[in-house]
Write a protein that binds this ligand. Structure first.
Ligand code: CUK
Ligand code: CUA
Length: 638
């Protein structure tokens, strides 16, 4: 019966999913348009008030938008090759995509989060993670380039992701329970044998450098989302799990059997102390650690071994289970650190837990027994309040810092504003359509900038001019300064925008580097001026030390190349004027182009296949004589 019920509820939910948002809603939003236009209008030459860093989902990239205009400012390649910037193609950046599985040209980028100091956005770095081949990455906000990628071993589907409030740790949880350590075993024997490793990555406060610190080997359910404690709850982290049933097949039905799943409450300071006192055991693991040096435009990749693991049972008082209704997804902590909002995807209510009550229950040792050796807190003991009938399919919650919370509802396609004081719904607005995450700049920190809310939708349908079967995903910007939310703008995103992080532009823009200085260029094959340019042969390797400056290459005619050679073009842009990049492309090269900023050097490998004379040219319109910026390479028989 129970099984039938849950199948039935799933069916009802999926029917509801299809019919959300109609013509009437669209007409209403059309009428609001005139007034809304003024509020998102950023006059030519003016700048946006906020940066928005958006997940590119299955594009593997991160995009930078200006808010409120919704203008796309930049795409930052992270986990996927990007031909425009040569990222993952040229010799300097290929190593960024190394993993223990070899070179992986694609990734699935989910959440993004900005570094914090004392729980407030500090504008130094944006961190993100990759779901498919588990990795985390750091983007440096002085260059808006990916600075580091660290593979997460002993994990599968790296999905839950959180940054602690002084950026001490990135926390990355496995989405799929797996044998830990990995081994050949029957899938049917999953129950009790698979594990859910939760990984802590330590962040260097000076450099942002990432280091694999330890893994907490949790029981075999799937981690979904994580959120760090802040203020009072700093030192704790909370993560939702699903599939406490440990089902290995047809999860849509089998993983929704139990009335309650768990939020894991974990005291990471306690675990850190345990590790510092010599606790934990090393487990075999292999993972790549890739670091990009901006001054040399060169990445290095190191293969590392071993990970320190801890069994939560060995650290009493460090890990607890908070029961939560049906298949929770989001898990969000409010700016004060007191409220933990858990969203059961299949629940009709929104559960808010109280951190102080949780601590009290732990002190009183008031448990509902244990599961897998981990104490289960009593639901009634830790419940802060319930938001009744807020919508269907709650996913994620953010905060405005004025005592209000905003939760997305996937199935009923809406954003709901509710009060943290009395759990009453204040306002609800439809989204188009089937919203996933939402983002308020600083909305997951101690200090939200509660002016705008961006809803990131999973389905686009009729929001834009049709572009064939595939449409860009849509994001929507709401003004949340008043009691009622107002929809101001739709704008398309790149890939699937799982999450985004917004920050006042003032906290970032003054640190944005203008130029790579030629005298700081440490690329091992850079040159300083045209007199140093040359062609050097070492066996069948040819190194071309080339420069570019408006509007010619030096050397621009190269002879003596043979079929079968490996030709390395080390190209330095000698310009020292802001915003004068040059490009470099070579006929038949299968390595994308080189886009080279002033003062930087990049390297392309070209392997000529046939005799002839082949052109090269500048790909970036750099001056009135850009079209003249060209050269030839003569290739002779071997
Ligand atoms: S998940 Cu919840 S809607 Cu990857 Cu944050 Cu996408
Ligand atoms: Cu250099 Cu165009």
């Amino acid at each position: 019966m129970k099984k039938i019920n849950s199948i039935l509820s799933l069916l009802i939910l999926s029917v509801l999913m299809i019919g959300c948002g109609g013509d009437d809603d669209r007409k209403k939003s059309g009428a609001m348009a005139t007034n809304a236009a003024e509020r998102v209008y950023v006059a030519p030459g003016e700048h946006d008030e906020f940066y928005g860093f958006f997940s590119g989902g299955f594009s593997g990239q991160m995009s930078v938008y200006g808010l409120p205009s919704g203008r796309l400012l930049k795409v930052i390649p992270v986990f996927s090759q990007d031909a425009e910037k040569g990222y993952g193609y040229n010799e300097g950046t290929k190593a960024m995509l190394n993993t223990s599985y070899g070179f992986i040209p694609w990734g699935d980028l989910h959440h993004v989060d900005i570094s914090q100091t004392n729980g407030e956005l500090d504008g130094r770095w944006v961190f993100t993670h990759e779901n498919n081949t588990p990795r985390v990455a750091r983007i440096d906000l002085n260059t808006f380039e990916t600075g580091e990628i660290l593979e997460i071993p002993n994990s599968a589907g790296n999905h839950s992701f959180a940054i602690t409030e002084n950026t001490e740790y990135l926390i990355a949880g496995t989405r799929f329970a797996i044998p830990s350590p990995q081994r050949d075993m029957s899938i049917e024997e999953m129950k009790g044998n698979f594990k859910g490793p939760l990984t802590f990555v330590k962040v260097d406060q000076e450099t942002g450098g990432m280091e694999l610190a330890f893994q907490v080997i949790m029981p075999g359910f799937n981690f979904d989302l994580a959120h760090p404690g802040r203020n009072a709850s700093h030192g704790w982290m909370f993560a939702t799990t699903y599939n406490s049933e440990e089902a290995n097949t047809l999860l849509e039905v089998n993983a929704s059997q139990n009335d309650k799943d768990f939020i894991v409450a974990l005291n990471w300071k306690k675990i850190e102390e345990y590790i510092n006192n010599g606790g934990g055991t090393m487990m075999d693991a292999e993972y790549a650690h890739n670091v990009y040096d901006h001054n040399s435009s060169t990445a290095t990749s190191t293969m590392k071994k071993g990970v320190k693991t801890v069994d939560p049972k060995d650290i009493p008082g460090a890990v607890f289970f908070m029961p939560i209704p049906k298949s929770p997804h989001g898990c969000d902590v409010d700016p004060t650190g007191e409220y933990i909002v858990g969203s059961g995807k299949l629940a009709a209510e929104l559960t808010v837990f109280s951190f102080s009550k949780m601590i009290k229950a732990i002190e009183d040792k008031n448990y509902d027994g244990d599961a897998y050796g981990i104490p289960i807190l009593k639901y009634e003991d830790i419940l802060g309040g319930i938001v009744k009938q807020p919508g269907l399919g709650p996913l994620h919650t953010e905060f405005d810092g004025k005592g209000n919370a905003y939760t997305t509802f996937f199935i009923s396609s809406e954003v709901v504003k509710w009060s943290l004081t009395d759990y009453q719904v204040i306002d609800r607005k439809p989204t188009y359509y089937s919203v996933g995450h939402l983002m308020i700049p600083g909305g997951n920190s101690r200090k939200p900038f509660g002016k705008y809310l961006v809803a990131m939708n999973k389905i686009t349908k009729d929001r834009y001019l049709p572009t064939g079967p595939e449409m860009n995903h849509s994001a929507q910007l709401y003004d949340i300064t008043g009691d009622k939310m107002e929809l101001l703008l739709d704008f398309p995103t790149i890939g699937e925008p799982h999450y985004a992080a917004g920050i006042p532009a003032d906290l970032v823009k003054q640190n944005s580097k203008k130029i790579y200085r030629l005298d700081e260029n440490t690329h091992e094959h850079s040159v300083r001026n045209e007199s140093e340019t040359r062609v050097e042969r070492k066996g069948n390797e040819v190194h071309v030390y080339m420069t570019m400056v408006r509007s010619h290459f030096s050397p621009d005619n190269i002879e003596g190349i043979k079929v079968g050679d490996k030709v390395y073009f080390h190209v330095t842009n000698l310009e020292q004027d802001f915003d004068v990049p040059h490009g470099f492309a070579m006929i038949g090269a299968n390595t994308a182009e080189l886009l080279i900023m002033p003062g930087a050097t990049k390297t392309m490998l070209w392997e000529p296949k046939r005799v002839g004379v082949y052109p090269l040219y500048c790909t970036d319109f750099c001056s009135a004589l850009h079209q003249e910026m060209q050269g030839y390479v003569r290739v002779s028989a071997a």
